[in-house]
Design a protein around this ligand. Sequence first.
Ligand code: NAD
Ligand code: MG
Length: 382
Amino acid sequence: MKTINLLGSTGSIGVQSLDVARARGYKVEALAAFSDVEKIEQQIREFKPEYAALVDEKAADDLKVRVKDTSTKVLSGMEGVAFCGSEAKGEITLNSVVGMAGLGPTIKAIEAGKTIALANKETLVAGGRLVTDLAKKKGVSILPVDSEHSAIFQCLLGKPSNKALKRIILTASGGPFFGKTKEELKNVTLKDALKHPSWSMGQKITIDSATMFNKGLELIEAVWLFDVSPDMIDIVVHRESIVHSLIEYDDNSVIAQLGHPDMRLPIQFALTYPERFESPEKQLDLWEVGNLTFFKPDYENFPCMDICKDAIRVGGLMPAAVNCANEEANLLFRQEKISFNDIPRLIKEASATLKNKLDYVLEDVYNTDILMRETVRKLASS
Ligand code: NAD
Ligand code: MG
């Protein structure tokens, strides 16, 4: 039986991960989230973990009182979250925290030798080689949960050699604003941006999908996960979200992974790898789907993909800088303080002020985070 520490348990991926754990009878050793006391209390009562943590201190105090009849020990703060991922007994730490807040817990979990199932893409984008080098040193596997990366990972199983891989093709749904021009994007509302055509996800990633920054993050994530250069990665818009991504070999043979859009499949594969089992994924009847369509991405009206590609080409702290600037700009948009087209503008302007370091340590990444957030806020209010 697999044992899991789940970080970000109350979110979209967290809840679906618990669906998988329930269906497969996995033991959940720890649950951690930000502040949703009611949801985590229900999860504690069902899964009976040894530890639970909430970042918010007040919420954690409330939780302690609510679950004092159980044997779960309640922790608080980011240290509590990191403890759940590294010191609790689960052999796999599934990180589905949102944002680069997930970086510290990922590093702690790798240091503790846990297998990492990674949904939290911001971890790899901001941490970059700090994460991958540490994982190599500790002999820890990082298994992708993101559907595109799970698809690539699945396509690569049985690959003849690393050299034969020519290209990775990431599919993108195109989000709710596919086909719109910059002019039309000027006045889109938060409500419009939250209507994703094929996936139901947390708010931050839903906005990232609308700006296509999510695809940029995924490009950087693929660079680190699969050890490829950014120029080996292409993006194709695929509205049906059935083809989850593709790889191309030197002989131009292209291999794809297909399925209905249901995150429980990539979550389950990360947890059961290298085995496969029945899953809640609906069987794919291609005649029912009928048409699969593919389009070139619109780099002109959706500049966030190029912002990310340029950032990883530059390297050093630049991917962290654009990620952190985006986290702040995304938040300001969700607070309805800036308009949609302000998001790429603020990311560009803020990241242009970065004093980059190619050789960086963790502290530099955290300093970049603080600096970029401040810069975005300043630029937004000026
Ligand atoms: P969400 O907002 O629904 O959930 C986020 C979870 O993280 C919640 O449990 C929240 O309490 C917790 N959290 C927030 N800040 C935290 C902190 N500082 N410490 C600990 N926990 C904290 O988000 P989501 O849609 O589940 O996405 C989670 C991650 O997975 C993101 O990185 C996202 O890009 C990635 N991802 C999501 C999907 C999806 O379908 N939702 C698909 C692919 C990748
Ligand atoms: Mg994805």
